[in-house]
Design a protein around this ligand. Structure first.
Ligand code: GAR
Length: 202
């Protein structure tokens, strides 16, 4: 798989670590990032995984023309079967020849909420401010909508009275690491079937 990450890279690290297990059915071919100071770069170097910095442009949350074609080309030359968005903070357009077109049904994202609640940025803060008692994470296939594709796995965590964004975020992140590695494993074993909005085989 190819992993796209914009920041710290803890989901990427959890996955790279899991891939070291010989019985795990997937491996990371390369990391791509839009952020030259992403922690994910150091993690890739530590695991001996090839990494590439993509010039995504100045527009926050979007990829400049050409950036997505570069990502597609790198995914294809790495012969990736799966693309994992692990904290990649730019939206992919559903355009002909784009990543979602070339890797239809093979792009997965991890999001720090129980979707469809709290899409978009700062999901952990949204959950706290809303006052939910149960928060969590979702791993889902990516389609043209933002955080709206068919859900593969979800994992719930409690919200405690004394939680702040950091403590809740840390609890959700642990759940993310488990969910993302499990989703990749299920995908790699060919167990997942998308039927409409539902993902079966989990
Ligand atoms: C994770 O919480 C991930 O769910 C979130 O960014 C964080 C990346 O952490 N992604 C999104 O919010 C995407 N909408 P990491 O760099 O330590 O893996």
């Amino acid at each position: 798989m190819a992993v796209l990450a914009s920041g710290r890279g803890s989901n990427f690290r959890a996955l790279a670590k899991r891939c070291q297990d010989e019985t795990f059915p997937a491996e990371v071919a390369c990391l791509m990032t839009d952020n030259r100071s992403a922690g994910a770069i150091e993690i890739a170097a530590g695991f001996g995984i090839a990494w590439h910095l993509v010039d995504a442009g100045e527009k926050r949350g979007r990829l400049q023309p050409g950036a997505e074609s570069e990502i597609v080309a790198r995914c294809e030359s790495a012969r990736a079967d799966l693309i994992l968005l692990a904290g990649f903070m730019r939206i992919l357009e559903d355009a002909p020849g784009g990543l979602l077109d070339r890797f239809r049904g093979r792009v997965i994202n991890v999001h720090p909420s129980l979707l469809p609640s709290f899409k978009g940025l700062h999901a952990q803060r949204q959950a706290l401010e809303y006052g939910v008692k149960v928060a969590g994470c979702s791993v889902h296939f990516v389609d043209a909508s933002v955080d709206g594709g068919p859900i593969i796995l979800q994992s719930a965590v409690p919200v405690r009275d004394d939680d702040d964004v950091e403590s809740l975020g840390a609890r959700i992140l642990e759940a993310e690491h488990r969910a993302v590695t499990r989703a990749v494993e299920l995908f790699a074993r060919g167990q997942l079937r998308i039927e409409g909005r539902r993902v079966l085989g989990t």
